[in-house]
Design a protein around this ligand. Structure first.
Ligand code: PLP
Ligand code: ZN
Length: 500
């Protein structure tokens, strides 16, 4: 629909107007800094920042019901800038005018209900939100849409010159950063730093395809991240890692979409999300809190972070129940199939600590949990889900495995329904599936294939080699007819087909 086709009283708030009073807020010393400059850490104390809208209370001029109506009506519009996550512009980054919004098709990924068979097999009630159905096939596009829209705004309206964006990545950040930056050429150029050999071939192909400079650095992600931080502190670059608080705003859209797709009713809902650098879980908590503060939702859902035994610093931190006694200790990671979350020293840990505290204060009780799963459980549940109509990555398998652990621990009870975050598309991580099917996992992963989940291609050789077609050697006539018949016979026998 066009805006002028809506009732006059609905037209008033239909299109978001540039506004808000955004500042960077330091999570440690509380200092406030202008967004006119790109900042990643607090100039006073060096801690990570969040972006706060000092005008947030202005949004309370509309009731929760009015906001719900605004967002629901916007669904009907065909304005590209409002088709993605900027449907929720007032909650994300209201300073960015619609003419600067970069929309590549991100967001509004589907909630896919698990089949009755799969639910029965696992004894769990859940759906996946498939964030693999984003343009670069992971949820990272949500954050990049806001970070690069803001850069676009600085270039278009604030006279920023050429910008070089950089990021370190476990694969998906660089894929998303390179994609969104490439749209803004020539003003924006991008370079990505990857831990050599620690991203999948599909993930490596993405920034290469988008034309970014790809620099491979020895070590694991945590080493790479330090190099990028050094660059951001000492050179003129735009950092696109999740230290960049604009990305957190974009990733809040996950919470808004979940709420809207459930008709704003989150009673008895549980959100499961894998934790790597901890940006995503921070954003999801922040998003639900904003909805709750505006009366758009009545209840804050449980949020459960999931970590692999091979990269579990956040889980270990929350093992101590007494907040006063918790001690933060980064861990040295072991090889993990949840490779995109294989991070021992998450950049956003201070955000998690602060936002989880606020979340539970706002909810009036415990609502944030972290569970740990094994590499074996991650693989088994990814494969199991994908055998029942899903297309989830290893991290999606991690979310599902986390749900079962949370049920066993009594964190999730009967009658509650889970939304498991499938953070990327299955195809980005097929190498792990292949190792599972071929039983070729290096021992340090500790994964043994369950025979009933293994699937392998079968060769069908019905005739001698010279009687079958080969490369550059097609068959014809009688020889071809013989080949077709013999092969069909063999296939029918293997599949146990009955004659008709
Ligand atoms: C980045 C990423 C994660 C981890 O998210 P964080 O925000 O770093 O915690 C999980 N899964 C996939 C597929 C990712 O790309
Ligand atoms: Zn500070």
């Amino acid at each position: 629909m066009r805006p002028d086709q809506f009732a006059p009283e609905d037209q008033k708030h239909l299109l978001p107007q540039p506004g808000g009073d955004l500042v960077y807020r330091c999570l440690d010393c509380g200092s406030e800094h202008s967004i006119s400059e790109l900042l990643y850490t607090c100039p006073s104390c060096g801690e990570v920042l969040l972006i706060e809208d000092k005008g947030f209370d202005q949004l309370k001029k509309l009731s929760g019901a009015q906001w719900r109506r605004v967002f629901d009506l916007r669904r009907m519009l065909n304005i590209p800038a409002l088709k993605g996550i900027f449907r929720y512009a007032e909650l994300l980054a209201p300073v960015i005018p619609l003419d600067s919004v970069l929309y590549l098709g991100e967001g509004h990924t589907p909630l896919v209900e698990a089949s009755d068979l799969l639910k029965g097999e696992l004894g769990a009630d859940f759906c996946f939100k498939n964030d693999g159905q984003n343009p670069s096939a992971s949820f990272k596009d949500r954050g990049m849409a806001v970070a690069l829209s803001y850069i676009n705004y600085l270039v278009k309206h604030q006279g920023a010159g050429e910008i070089l964006s950089v990021c370190a990545s476990t694969g998906d950040t660089s894929a998303a950063a390179a994609l969104y930056a490439s749209y803004l050429a020539p003003e924006v150029k991008s370079a990505v730093l990857l831990p050599q050999g620690k991203v999948t071939p599909a993930q490596l192909s993405q920034p290469l395809g988008a034309g970014a400079r790809v620099l491979e650095i020895p070590g694991v992600f945590d080493d790479c991240m330090k190099v990028v931080e050094h660059l951001a502190d000492n050179y003129q670059v735009a950092l696109l890692n999740s230290k960049n608080a604009w990305r957190i705003l974009g990733q809040e859209s996950y919470a808004y979409e979940v709420a809207q797709d459930l008709d704003w009713d989150l009673t008895g809902r549980v959100i499961l999300v894998p934790i790597g650098n901890a940006g995503n879980i921070s954003a999801i908590m922040s998003g639900f809190m904003k909805l709750h503060q505006l009366g758009i939702i009545d209840e804050l859902p449980k949020v459960i972070g999931v970590q692999s035994e091979h990269a579990d610093p956040v889980f270990r931190y929350y093992q101590e129940n007494d907040p006063g006694k918790r001690v933060w200790r980064p861990v040295t990671v072991q090889p993990s199939v949840a490779q995109a979350a294989m991070i021992g020293n998450p950049v956003s840990m201070p955000r998690v600590v602060e936002l989880a505290r606020r979340y539970e204060a706002q909810a009036g009780g415990p609502r944030v949990y972290v569970v740990q799963v094994s590499e074996q459980e991650i693989m088994d549940h990814m494969i199991l889900a994908n055998r029942h109509g899903h297309v989830v990555c290893t991290q999606g398998g991690e979310s599902l495995a986390g749900l079962l652990r949370a049920q066993a621990a009594g964190i999730v009870s009967a009658g509650e329904k889970a939304i498991c975050d499938a953070t990327a598309h299955h195809l980005k991580f097929v190498g792990f599936q292949q190792m599972y099917f071929e039983n070729t996992f290096p021992p340090d992963y500790g994964v043994k294939p369950r025979p009933e989940l293994v699937n392998r291609p079968e060769e069908v050789l019905a005739l001698a080699e010279q009687e079958m077609p080969g490369p550059g050697r097609p068959l014809s006539g009688e020889a071809f007819a013989k080949f077709v018949k013999a092969t069909a016979l063999e296939v029918a026998a293997r599949l146990g087909l009955e004659k008709r």
